[in-house]
Design a protein around this ligand. Structure first.
Ligand SMILES: [Fe+2]
Length: 303
């Protein structure tokens, strides 16, 4: 009674406090294993609490494809999932797999993973005292927020299409003469893709028979924002327009004031097709400046 878990002996896999992850990064390892035995009791407790409070909100606000996905993945509400178990259920459905990573993946590599039906997945989990908001992804965001969507065939095809767009971008940019012009246009293209991804895959809403439902993973993994996104009169919700989404800056440190609605995943897929056509026609070469910033690693990953 009263004994605390031996945290000095098992520092766990807590976001920003995991020696295992720090070591992997120092070693330059992007792709890693999930050392499941390292999760501490506190880590499992954080998962249990996140899942328990989220479940009723999913029923109320999440898109039907997500709810079906959560069901087919058989996630354990009581403990941090093993990616190998998740993949056993996921892979037969769409070919997608969750793959453990040590942290940030440069943009091209990230999209290239999607093209190969692999989802780079964070394995750390937020501290149990900070369940509400964390700027960086964790395993709850990635596995409870993203991966259930990957069980849906139309959604999975959309992600693959996104990955193909990144390849198209790399080919296009390779054909541009002059490094300055190459970097200028690539920066704009990456910014356009990141914005489109943000307003759909991370924060998208979809029409449903009973109004609007959430399919974006940033919303699906946020207890506060999932409700805010659907209920708050402060949020502006508009049918998605490609030219708007790619020119719209966003900030990641507060609830989103503007969200876009798609009709279906077939609709979303057709938009990704259109994004690629626009890219080839040069219509992504001068999108509005502003967030997100495109860093050196993202740029280099395409070149
Ligand atoms: Fe995400």
């Amino acid at each position: 009674m009263g004994r605390q878990p031996a945290t000095a002996e098992s520092p766990g896999l807590t976001t920003n406090q995991a020696p295992f992850i720090e070591q992997a990064r120092r070693d330059g390892q992007l792709y890693i294993q999930q050392p499941y035995e390292l999760y501490s009791a506190e880590n499992h407790e954080a998962w249990r609490r996140l899942y328990a409070r989220m479940a009723p909100r999913w029923d109320r606000y999440a898109n039907e494809h997500f709810l079906a996905g959560i069901h087919s993945l058989c996630l354990d509400p009581k403990q941090v999932p093993k990616l190998a178990d998740v993949n056993r259920f996921l892979q037969p459905l769409t070919g997608f797999q969750a793959k453990a990573v040590s942290g940030y993946i440069p943009a091209f590599l990230f999209f290239d993973c999607l093209r190969n039906r692999t989802f780079p997945t964070t394995i750390t989990i937020r501290p149990s005292g900070r369940l509400d908001y964390l700027p960086e992804p964790d395993i709850f965001h990635d596995v409870a927020g993203h991966v259930p969507m990957h069980t849906d065939r139309a959604f999975a095809e959309t992600l693959v299409r996104f990955g193909e767009c990144a390849h198209t971008a790399a080919e296009l940019v390779a054909g541009i003469r002059g490094e300055r012009e190459q970097v200028r246009r690539l920066t704009s293209i990456i910014r356009a893709m990141a914005r489109f991804f943000w307003f759909t895959i991370e924060f998208g809403l979809m029409r449903a028979t009973d109004g609007l439902r959430v399919y974006g993973s940033g919303l699906l993994s946020s207890f506060g924002e999932i409700e805010h996104a659907i209920e708050s009169p402060e949020v502006q919700r508009y049918p998605i327009q490609l030219e708007w989404a790619i020119n719209q800056a966003f900030e990641i440190d507060h609830y989103q004031p503007l969200l876009f609605i798609v009709d279906s995943f077939d609709h979303l897929f057709s938009l990704v097709d259109e994004l690629e056509r626009w890219m080839c026609a040069g219509k992504l070469d001068d999108v509005a400046p502003g967030e997100p910033a495109v860093n050196e690693r993202d740029l280099r990953s395409f070149l």
